[in-house]
Write a protein that binds this ligand. Structure first.
Ligand SMILES: Nc1ncnc2c1ncn2[C@@H]1O[C@H](COP(=O)(O)OP(=O)(O)O)[C@@H](O)[C@H]1O
Ligand SMILES: [Mg+2]
Length: 237
Protein backbone atom coordinates (compact mmCIF):
# COMPACT_ATOMS: atom_id res chain seq x y z
CA UNK A 1 0.00 0.00 0.00
CA UNK A 2 2.65 2.45 1.08
CA UNK A 3 6.21 2.85 -0.11
CA UNK A 4 8.42 4.79 2.30
CA UNK A 5 11.91 5.73 1.15
CA UNK A 6 14.69 6.97 3.45
CA UNK A 7 16.91 9.68 1.98
CA UNK A 8 19.41 12.26 3.14
CA UNK A 9 21.51 14.98 1.60
CA UNK A 10 24.59 13.61 3.31
CA UNK A 11 25.94 10.16 4.24
CA UNK A 12 25.88 8.63 7.71
CA UNK A 13 22.90 10.54 9.08
CA UNK A 14 21.18 7.34 10.22
CA UNK A 15 18.97 6.43 7.22
CA UNK A 16 19.48 2.70 7.61
CA UNK A 17 18.81 2.78 11.36
CA UNK A 18 15.66 4.84 10.81
CA UNK A 19 14.51 2.47 8.06
CA UNK A 20 15.20 -0.66 10.13
CA UNK A 21 13.69 0.48 13.44
CA UNK A 22 10.67 2.10 11.78
CA UNK A 23 10.02 -1.10 9.81
CA UNK A 24 10.31 -3.14 13.02
CA UNK A 25 7.84 -0.81 14.78
CA UNK A 26 5.33 -1.09 11.90
CA UNK A 27 5.57 -4.90 12.00
CA UNK A 28 5.05 -4.83 15.78
CA UNK A 29 1.83 -2.85 15.14
CA UNK A 30 0.65 -5.75 13.00
CA UNK A 31 1.28 -4.11 9.63
CA UNK A 32 2.58 -6.43 6.91
CA UNK A 33 5.96 -4.84 6.31
CA UNK A 34 8.88 -5.45 3.96
CA UNK A 35 12.21 -3.65 4.21
CA UNK A 36 14.33 -3.50 1.06
CA UNK A 37 18.06 -2.83 0.90
CA UNK A 38 18.32 -1.06 -2.44
CA UNK A 39 22.01 -0.10 -2.36
CA UNK A 40 24.31 -2.97 -3.13
CA UNK A 41 27.54 -1.26 -2.05
CA UNK A 42 26.50 -0.37 1.44
CA UNK A 43 24.83 -3.31 3.11
CA UNK A 44 23.70 -2.51 6.60
CA UNK A 45 20.10 -3.57 7.24
CA UNK A 46 21.01 -7.23 7.70
CA UNK A 47 23.46 -6.23 10.44
CA UNK A 48 21.08 -3.81 12.17
CA UNK A 49 18.17 -6.28 12.10
CA UNK A 50 20.19 -9.43 12.58
CA UNK A 51 18.63 -10.80 9.40
CA UNK A 52 20.22 -13.62 7.48
CA UNK A 53 19.93 -12.95 3.79
CA UNK A 54 18.30 -15.02 1.10
CA UNK A 55 20.65 -16.19 -1.67
CA UNK A 56 19.05 -13.55 -3.91
CA UNK A 57 18.15 -9.88 -3.57
CA UNK A 58 16.05 -7.18 -5.27
CA UNK A 59 18.62 -6.59 -8.02
CA UNK A 60 18.61 -10.30 -8.89
CA UNK A 61 14.82 -10.13 -9.16
CA UNK A 62 15.05 -6.97 -11.31
CA UNK A 63 17.52 -8.74 -13.62
CA UNK A 64 15.25 -11.79 -13.89
CA UNK A 65 17.54 -14.20 -12.01
CA UNK A 66 14.81 -14.94 -9.42
CA UNK A 67 11.33 -13.86 -8.38
CA UNK A 68 10.62 -11.12 -5.82
CA UNK A 69 9.37 -13.89 -3.54
CA UNK A 70 12.70 -15.78 -3.80
CA UNK A 71 14.51 -12.64 -2.62
CA UNK A 72 12.44 -12.24 0.56
CA UNK A 73 13.19 -13.67 4.01
CA UNK A 74 11.49 -13.32 7.40
CA UNK A 75 13.49 -11.57 10.11
CA UNK A 76 13.51 -13.83 13.16
CA UNK A 77 11.79 -12.48 16.26
CA UNK A 78 10.61 -9.31 14.49
CA UNK A 79 6.81 -9.80 14.41
CA UNK A 80 6.79 -11.10 10.85
CA UNK A 81 8.93 -8.30 9.38
CA UNK A 82 10.29 -9.37 5.99
CA UNK A 83 13.64 -8.39 4.52
CA UNK A 84 14.92 -8.21 0.96
CA UNK A 85 18.66 -7.79 0.47
CA UNK A 86 20.26 -5.93 -2.43
CA UNK A 87 21.68 -8.98 -4.21
CA UNK A 88 24.02 -8.63 -7.11
CA UNK A 89 24.04 -5.43 -9.18
CA UNK A 90 25.77 -6.54 -12.32
CA UNK A 91 23.95 -4.11 -14.55
CA UNK A 92 22.58 -0.63 -13.77
CA UNK A 93 19.02 -0.91 -12.43
CA UNK A 94 16.27 -0.13 -14.89
CA UNK A 95 13.84 2.49 -13.56
CA UNK A 96 10.78 1.10 -15.33
CA UNK A 97 11.44 -2.41 -14.03
CA UNK A 98 12.02 -1.05 -10.54
CA UNK A 99 8.71 0.84 -10.71
CA UNK A 100 6.93 -2.34 -11.72
CA UNK A 101 8.55 -4.30 -8.86
CA UNK A 102 7.59 -1.65 -6.30
CA UNK A 103 4.01 -1.58 -7.59
CA UNK A 104 3.84 -5.37 -7.22
CA UNK A 105 5.26 -5.25 -3.69
CA UNK A 106 2.85 -2.46 -2.69
CA UNK A 107 -0.05 -4.76 -3.55
CA UNK A 108 1.33 -7.41 -1.18
CA UNK A 109 2.38 -5.33 1.81
CA UNK A 110 0.95 -2.57 3.99
CA UNK A 111 4.39 -0.93 4.06
CA UNK A 112 7.42 -1.32 1.80
CA UNK A 113 10.37 0.52 3.33
CA UNK A 114 13.21 1.22 0.90
CA UNK A 115 16.69 2.13 2.12
CA UNK A 116 19.75 3.08 0.10
CA UNK A 117 17.89 4.00 -3.09
CA UNK A 118 19.97 5.68 -5.77
CA UNK A 119 17.81 8.63 -6.73
CA UNK A 120 19.28 8.64 -10.24
CA UNK A 121 17.45 5.39 -11.00
CA UNK A 122 14.73 5.14 -8.35
CA UNK A 123 11.19 5.85 -9.65
CA UNK A 124 10.38 8.84 -7.42
CA UNK A 125 6.65 8.70 -8.18
CA UNK A 126 6.42 5.21 -6.58
CA UNK A 127 7.26 6.58 -3.14
CA UNK A 128 4.32 7.70 -1.03
CA UNK A 129 6.60 9.36 1.49
CA UNK A 130 10.28 10.24 1.53
CA UNK A 131 11.65 10.20 5.08
CA UNK A 132 14.44 12.75 4.96
CA UNK A 133 16.87 11.88 7.75
CA UNK A 134 18.91 14.85 8.91
CA UNK A 135 21.31 15.54 11.75
CA UNK A 136 21.21 18.94 13.41
CA UNK A 137 24.30 20.51 11.83
CA UNK A 138 24.88 23.14 9.17
CA UNK A 139 26.41 20.86 6.53
CA UNK A 140 23.51 18.46 6.70
CA UNK A 141 20.96 21.26 6.75
CA UNK A 142 22.34 22.76 3.55
CA UNK A 143 22.61 19.42 1.76
CA UNK A 144 19.10 18.48 2.83
CA UNK A 145 17.50 21.66 1.56
CA UNK A 146 19.16 21.03 -1.84
CA UNK A 147 17.91 17.45 -1.85
CA UNK A 148 14.37 18.48 -0.90
CA UNK A 149 14.36 20.86 -3.88
CA UNK A 150 15.61 18.12 -6.22
CA UNK A 151 13.09 15.60 -4.92
CA UNK A 152 10.20 18.01 -5.42
CA UNK A 153 11.51 18.77 -8.91
CA UNK A 154 11.48 15.03 -9.64
CA UNK A 155 7.84 14.77 -8.55
CA UNK A 156 8.11 13.62 -4.91
CA UNK A 157 4.64 13.54 -3.37
CA UNK A 158 5.51 13.97 0.27
CA UNK A 159 8.69 14.60 2.23
CA UNK A 160 8.78 14.24 6.03
CA UNK A 161 11.67 15.27 8.18
CA UNK A 162 13.33 12.96 10.74
CA UNK A 163 15.84 14.81 12.88
CA UNK A 164 18.24 12.15 14.13
CA UNK A 165 21.06 11.95 16.65
CA UNK A 166 19.86 14.92 18.62
CA UNK A 167 22.12 15.51 21.63
CA UNK A 168 20.52 16.28 24.98
CA UNK A 169 21.72 19.85 24.52
CA UNK A 170 22.40 21.34 21.09
CA UNK A 171 25.26 23.79 21.24
CA UNK A 172 24.35 26.70 18.93
CA UNK A 173 27.85 26.88 17.49
CA UNK A 174 27.25 23.48 15.82
CA UNK A 175 24.99 25.23 13.37
CA UNK A 176 21.40 24.18 13.81
CA UNK A 177 20.04 27.14 15.74
CA UNK A 178 16.84 25.25 16.36
CA UNK A 179 14.56 22.79 14.63
CA UNK A 180 12.56 25.57 12.99
CA UNK A 181 15.62 26.29 10.86
CA UNK A 182 15.72 22.72 9.59
CA UNK A 183 12.01 22.70 8.89
CA UNK A 184 12.14 26.06 7.08
CA UNK A 185 15.15 25.11 4.99
CA UNK A 186 13.71 21.81 3.80
CA UNK A 187 10.08 22.92 3.69
CA UNK A 188 9.22 19.47 5.06
CA UNK A 189 6.87 18.65 7.90
CA UNK A 190 8.55 17.16 10.97
CA UNK A 191 7.63 13.54 11.72
CA UNK A 192 10.16 12.50 14.39
CA UNK A 193 13.04 13.67 16.57
CA UNK A 194 15.38 10.85 17.55
CA UNK A 195 17.79 11.29 20.45
CA UNK A 196 21.47 10.57 20.13
CA UNK A 197 21.87 7.17 21.74
CA UNK A 198 25.11 5.26 22.31
CA UNK A 199 22.93 2.25 23.04
CA UNK A 200 21.25 2.49 19.61
CA UNK A 201 24.69 2.73 18.00
CA UNK A 202 25.90 -0.34 19.91
CA UNK A 203 22.76 -2.38 19.13
CA UNK A 204 22.69 -1.38 15.45
CA UNK A 205 26.34 -2.34 15.00
CA UNK A 206 26.03 -5.67 16.79
CA UNK A 207 22.63 -7.03 15.68
CA UNK A 208 21.23 -6.61 19.19
CA UNK A 209 17.63 -5.79 19.92
CA UNK A 210 16.85 -2.38 21.40
CA UNK A 211 15.40 -2.40 24.91
CA UNK A 212 11.63 -2.45 24.27
CA UNK A 213 11.05 -0.05 27.18
CA UNK A 214 13.63 2.51 25.99
CA UNK A 215 12.82 6.04 24.88
CA UNK A 216 14.36 5.20 21.48
CA UNK A 217 11.85 2.41 20.88
CA UNK A 218 8.97 4.67 21.97
CA UNK A 219 10.15 7.32 19.51
CA UNK A 220 10.14 4.76 16.68
CA UNK A 221 6.75 3.43 17.80
CA UNK A 222 5.39 6.96 17.49
CA UNK A 223 7.04 7.48 14.10
CA UNK A 224 5.37 4.26 12.92
CA UNK A 225 2.06 5.44 14.39
CA UNK A 226 2.30 8.71 12.51
CA UNK A 227 3.02 6.85 9.26
CA UNK A 228 -0.16 4.89 9.94
CA UNK A 229 -2.03 8.19 10.14
CA UNK A 230 -2.40 8.24 13.92
CA UNK A 231 -1.89 11.21 16.19
CA UNK A 232 1.19 10.53 18.29
CA UNK A 233 3.41 12.69 20.44
CA UNK A 234 6.77 13.91 19.27
CA UNK A 235 8.80 12.44 22.14
CA UNK A 236 12.12 14.09 22.68
CA UNK A 237 13.20 13.03 26.14
N1 LIG B 1 20.24 8.25 17.05
C1 LIG B 1 21.47 7.75 16.98
N2 LIG B 1 22.31 7.79 18.06
C2 LIG B 1 23.57 7.27 17.98
N3 LIG B 1 24.09 6.68 16.90
C3 LIG B 1 23.32 6.60 15.79
C4 LIG B 1 21.98 7.13 15.76
N4 LIG B 1 21.45 6.89 14.53
C5 LIG B 1 22.41 6.25 13.83
N5 LIG B 1 23.54 6.08 14.56
C6 LIG B 1 24.81 5.44 14.15
O1 LIG B 1 25.36 6.25 13.11
C7 LIG B 1 26.03 5.42 12.15
C8 LIG B 1 25.41 5.68 10.77
O2 LIG B 1 24.07 5.22 10.77
P1 LIG B 1 23.41 4.57 9.47
O3 LIG B 1 22.00 4.24 9.82
O4 LIG B 1 24.28 3.47 8.93
O5 LIG B 1 23.48 5.85 8.50
P2 LIG B 1 23.26 5.95 6.91
O6 LIG B 1 22.41 4.79 6.50
O7 LIG B 1 22.59 7.27 6.71
O8 LIG B 1 24.63 5.91 6.30
C9 LIG B 1 25.85 3.98 12.62
O9 LIG B 1 26.99 3.56 13.33
C10 LIG B 1 24.63 4.06 13.53
O10 LIG B 1 24.64 3.05 14.51
MG1 LIG C 1 22.76 3.26 5.12
Amino acid sequence: MNCIVTVSGKGGTGKSCVAAYTAAALAKEGRKTLIVEMGADSRSLDLILGASGAPFGIHDALAGRCTLFDATVKVEGAYGLEYMGAGDITEPPDTARMAEAIRTLKLDYDFVIVDGADLASFPVSCANIFLMVVTPDTLCMRASSDLARRLRGAGAREIRLVINSVPARIIPIEGAEDFDDLIDRTGAQLIAVIPQSPRLRYCANNSKELDPESLTVKVFDNLAGRLMGQRRHLLIR
